[in-house]
Design a binder for this molecule. Structure first.
Ligand code: PEP
Ligand code: MN
Length: 346
């Protein structure tokens, strides 16, 4: 349930209502929007009568029921206003939001060695990316496949950030590694396979770094939003939702089905920023540019693209990785006209 306060409501009145709601066993969350203050009430509100809440104060403008099972992530909870996830990078703050230019995240699937990660960072930076991605801990289907270099790869990501000025995004697979990862990452990624690892979600929700939450490979939109709800409920509202392709009946020609239709759906349901990953979404480098362009046209707030200096030799996800040259062409020639057409390119 959300309680919309009138413009100019005194702070003391908001505090009084908060206290009142707490005595009812509810957890009020104060959301200060551009124009109005809203109190989101989390807890058992099924038996509450909106009129009863309306009568609590002459400063209450409106009381609305949030019908969906997700509350904090719902668009209604913020009175329709988009949230902004602002990330500090060495080159300055970068904002993920519906009202900001498209943010581009690029880099290899895995951090392989120092020279490749620094070379990739410098190349994607020169092409216009704002973040470097790269896995230190890799979720692999086969236990015999390369599992990532772990802790030592985190040091290489720090070196790449120093060399390039890019922000760093890397995946956490296990709660045991979270402190180490969040100490160095600018954004912590929860991968598709862990989207419903609820203990991990609670843990990333109780640390301060923004979280990139990938959609599970067979997750419904509601399951995905409920996963995000765990992170917000644990105290971290800086969450970015990343669509990375879902599993459908045809896997012969593409690794996954990139669900671009999720963009307008999420826009209507949630205030959280959206990222599209056409690399895992298609699994083939040749399909990545057109899906990246389409994602911008459809209104994504950011893109994640795998780039490797030598895809044929990559230790993971080589077939879907762009070369730095191909990425450069995408960034200079193909994405800007679309981004400019929708007013989202800087
Ligand atoms: C990745 O980003 O390298 C990755 C493993 O992604 P996903 O969780 O989407 O498969
Ligand atoms: Mn990958």
């Amino acid at each position: 349930m959300i309680v919309v306060m009138k413009i100019g409501t005194p702070e003391a009145e908001v505090a009084r209502l908060n206290e009142e709601f707490r005595t009812w066993g509810l957890t009020p969350e104060k959301i200060v929007g551009k124009h109005k203050t809203v109190l989101g009430l989390v807890g058992d509100t099924v038996d509450l009568d909106p009129l009863q809440l309306q009568d609590l104060s002459p400063w209450v403008e409106q009381v609305l029921r949030v019908e969906k099972p997700f509350k904090r992530v719902s668009r209604t909870f913020r009175q329709g206003e988009a949230s902004e996830v602002m990330v500090a990078t060495p080159d300055g703050p970068v904002t993920f939001s519906e009202t900001s230019p498209v943010v581009v995240v690029a880099g290899p699937c895995s951090v392989e060695d120092e020279s490749m990660i620094i070379e990739t960072a410098l190349r994607v930076k020169a092409a216009g990316a704002q973040f470097l991605r790269g896995g230190a801990y890799k979720p692999r289907t086969s236990p015999y496949a390369f599992q990532g270099h772990g802790e030592s790869a985190l040091d290489l990501l720090v070196a790449a950030r120093e060399a390039s000025g890019l922000g760093i995004i890397t995946e956490v697979m296990d709660t045991a590694d979270l402190d180490r990862i969040s100490a160095i990452a600018d954004v912590v990624q929860v991968g598709a396979r862990n989207m419903q690892n609820f203990s991990l979600l609670k843990k990333v929700g109780s640390q301060d770094k923004p979280v990139l939450l990938k959609r599970g490979m067979s997750a419904t939109i509601e399951e995905w939003l409920m996963a995000a709800e765990y992170i917000l409920a644990a105290g971290n509202s800086n969450v970015i939702l990343c669509e990375r392709g879902i599993r459908t009946f045809d896997r012969q020609y593409a690794r996954n089905t990139l669900d671009l239709s999720v963009i307008p759906v999420l826009r209507a349901l949630t205030h959280l920023p959206i990222m599209i990953d056409p690399s895992h979404g298609t699994g083939k480098a040749e399909y990545v540019p057109s899906m990246a362009m389409a994602a911008i046209a459809a209104g994504t707030d950011s893109l994640m693209i795998e780039v490797h200096p030598n895809p044929a030799k990559a230790l993971s996800d080589g077939p879907q990785s762009l070369t730095p040259e191909r990425f450069d062409r995408l960034m200079r020639e193909e994405l800007p006209p679309i981004g400019q057409a929708v007013g989202r390119w800087k």
